[in-house]
Design a protein around this ligand. Structure first.
Ligand code: NI
Ligand code: MN
Length: 226
């Protein structure tokens, strides 16, 4: 399985299926690909903020693939003409070659339309199981103690955790999350896209020394799992 960081919170996970998460590519100064060049079988969106919903709707329409999101956000997406699958916390979408469980996040989820805001439902994260690997994408979140439960229930091998601070966890709180999750590989995300979320992923690496392997990827760089 191959996990490619497309910068910010966007990832492409390629195994038996190709799953695109939070494809914020247009107007993202670090995006290594254009939305029109991405290929996938399914798109997962953690919440309604523009840096996560991103280009999900146009990519979903172009490829004719479903966008998975919490029920309210899925309704918004289908109202904009893309195929959407609504789900909610604790539920699992079982597909032929993967399964996707939605878990909570502690954050907000308004959708910005021109001149007004739309309720995007609650913000979440995803636990994706495919080809014998389990991956947790935390979305945007504060540290919350139910991450221990996510660790206990799903035993993720890899966790993508936000470290940018201001809107989410920082390297210190992400290091606590990593320990609670028990994941052996941590991919930091949601940092350095803009100056307000500037962070050194080396801080997280130092805090997790001997406990977990921190893979600070470059935008476009893949991580291959055996
Ligand atoms: Ni957000
Ligand atoms: Mn965000």
């Amino acid at each position: 399985m191959k996990i490619t960081w497309l910068s910010h919170s966007a990832f492409l996970i390629e195994g038996s299926e190709r799953i695109l998460i939070d494809p914020f590519l247009s107007n993202n100064p670090l995006a290594p690909v254009k939305p029109e060049d991405v290929e996938c079988d399914l798109i997962c969106v953690t919440h309604g903020h523009g840096d996560h919903l991103g280009d999900a709707i146009p990519i979903g329409k172009r490829l004719g693939v479903p966008v998975v999101a919490i029920y309210e956000l899925a309704q918004y997406i289908s109202g904009r003409g893309a195929e959407a699958v609504g789900m909610n916390f604790g539920g699992t979408l079982k597909r032929e070659k993967s399964s996707i469980t939605m878990v909570p996040a502690v954050h907000s989820s308004g959708i910005t339309e021109t001149g007004f805001k739309v309720d995007g439902g609650l913000p979440g994260g995803f636990v994706i199981a495919m080809d014998g690997h389990t991956i947790y994408h935390a979305g945007d979140t504060a540290l919350f103690s139910d991450m221990k439960l996510i660790g206990e229930l799903h035993k993720p091998e890899v966790a993508m955790l936000p470290i940018g601070d201001l809107y989410t966890m920082n390297p210190y709180t992400a290091s606590i999350a990593a320990e609670w999750l028990g994941a052996k590989t941590i991919i930091p995300m949601h940092y350095n896209t803009w100056p307000p979320i500037k962070q050194d992923p080396g801080d997280l690496r130092r805090m997790l020394e001997g406990k977990a392997d921190v893979k600070a990827l470059r935008p476009g760089e893949p991580l291959v799992l055996d």
